[in-house]
Design a protein. Structure first.
Length: 140
């Protein structure tokens, strides 16, 4: 059980390390874009270059995000002898938006109730930092 959580945490930490510099670059470019451009920069169309650079960085960010989501799900299904995944069926939740992963706890995984983690069904609802925080809080 601990091996599964360790694999998931390592996976998400790896992608967060890749995601950090990209998000910092996006913030720096948007800060430059908010500044009042000088006359020379307006002639050279520096804002257009910054907009293109922001688009490229956002695509990189989305690619890292999707890779992390796919690898996390691959690891969950690779450890399916330990982890049980259920789609959430409730009237108050949108269908197909969330699912529950159950991690065993206690001696041999049967002496305590399982740890339930609510995971997003779609990658655009996936937040790496939040999921990593949830995984780190599961007692081993």
């Amino acid at each position: 059980m601990a091996g599964c959580l360790t694999d998931l945490e390592n996976c998400l930490e790896k992608y967060l390390e890749q995601f950090g510099p990209v998000s910092e670059s996006i913030e720096a470019c948007t800060a430059k874009l908010q500044e009042q451009p000088s006359f020379f920069n307006r002639l050279m169309k520096a804002n257009d270059k910054l907009n293109r650079q922001i688009d490229v960085l956002q695509k990189q960010s989305a690619a890292i995000h999707n890779e992390a989501y796919i690898e996390m799900n691959t690891l969950l299904y690779r450890h399916r002898e330990v982890v049980s995944i259920h789609n959430r069926k409730a009237d108050y939740a949108e269908k197909g938006k969330e699912r529950i992963a159950l991690f065993p706890r206690g001696l041999n995984g049967i002496t305590k109730l399982p740890a339930a983690v609510l995971l997003p069904e779609r990658p655009y609802h996936f937040d790496m930092k939040e999921v990593l925080y949830i995984f780190s809080r599961i007692p081993r």
